[in-house]
Design a protein around this ligand. Structure first.
Ligand SMILES: Nc1ncnc2c1ncn2[C@@H]1O[C@H](COP(=O)(O)OP(=O)(O)O)[C@@H](O)[C@H]1O
Ligand SMILES: [Mg+2]
Length: 253
């Protein structure tokens, strides 16, 4: 049977923050599937609730309504099959590149030799061979993001969750990183959930795009992007889709 299998199912998720002076609805009734092996992009304007949603999907925060299913089973807290690449990289400044990539493995008690081997594999994969002993302050912004990606991969997750990982980079580095990430993903495919507020980035990377509204975040539309990768950002289908998504967004994104 040729049935699409879902790695995760996000069902009617909502999130309300309560404070002494009242409450704030950040997410309202958000549902979508994450298919096994796909590169799913969540696209939405700034402050619409993307990070709040992602933390729930990754099991780092709890929703106030709805369910998140992983392999058909409701999630309950942290799931070590899911690894996160954060918007602002939490690299440890006093640890080397290698030690930063090894972090998750160290926590898990993986023996040193094995840790080194796994970390080296992913440092090579993201193009950081030769920088193992460097410290974060010696790296450019793009290289730091690669460390974050290698670190997430080193945990050997089934699902990689990335929260605007290239948001702080200049445009040129950002394009280069998008290309690098695609190459990495082609070589070592994982299910990816990638958040961005940038339409071009979404269209360049995504197999499907979940478009969110402004806050409180709701799903406006889900767009399949049936274009081969790497994609031509000046091709007609690309530009038509870009115009369509753009006309369906609440804010300039
Ligand atoms: N812990 C919190 N308590 C109250 N409000 C929050 C909290 N975390 C996020 N928010 C609010 O939720 C909204 C969405 O935030 P966020 O998900 O970070 O946006 P973005 O789409 O830029 O990632 C923002 O208005 C933010 O102020
Ligand atoms: Mg965010």
């Amino acid at each position: 049977m040729d049935k699409v299998s879902n790695k995760m199912e996000i069902r009617q998720i909502s999130k309300t923050f309560f404070a002494s002076k009242g409450y704030f609805v950040a997410i309202e009734d958000v549902s979508f599937d994450v298919r096994d092996g796909e590169f799913l992009v969540i696209l939405g304007p700034g402050h619409c609730g993307k990070t709040v949603l992602l933390n729930i999907v990754a099991g780092l925060d709890k929703q106030t309504g709805g369910r998140v299913l992983y392999d058909g089973t409701p999630m309950d807290g942290v799931n070590n099959q899911i690894s996160m690449v954060f918007q602002k990289l939490a690299l440890m400044s006093f640890k080397t590149v290698m030690q930063n990539v090894e972090l998750g493995l160290t926590f898990r008690g993986t023996p040193k030799n094995e840790r080194r081997k796994i970390s080296q594999k992913y440092l090579d994969l993201v193009g950081l061979t030769g920088f193992e002993k460097s410290y974060p302050y010696q790296l450019s912004g793009g290289m730091k993001q690669r460390v974050g990606i290698a670190r997430a991969y080193a945990n050997d997750p089934k699902v990689l969750v990335m929260d605007e990982p290239f948001g702080q980079l200049d445009a040129q580095t950002r394009y280069a990183m998008q290309e690098e990430l695609l190459k990495t993903w082609e070589k070592d495919k994982r299910t990816v959930i990638f958040v961005t507020n940038n339409i071009e980035e979404a269209l360049y990377l995504g197999d499907r795009i979940v478009l969110l509204s402004e806050c409180p975040a709701k799903v406006k539309a889900i767009y399949p992007v049936d274009l081969p990768k790497p994609r031509d950002m000046t091709g007609k289908i690309f530009l038509d889709l870009r115009a369509e998504i753009s006309s369906n967004t609440d804010l300039a994104i």
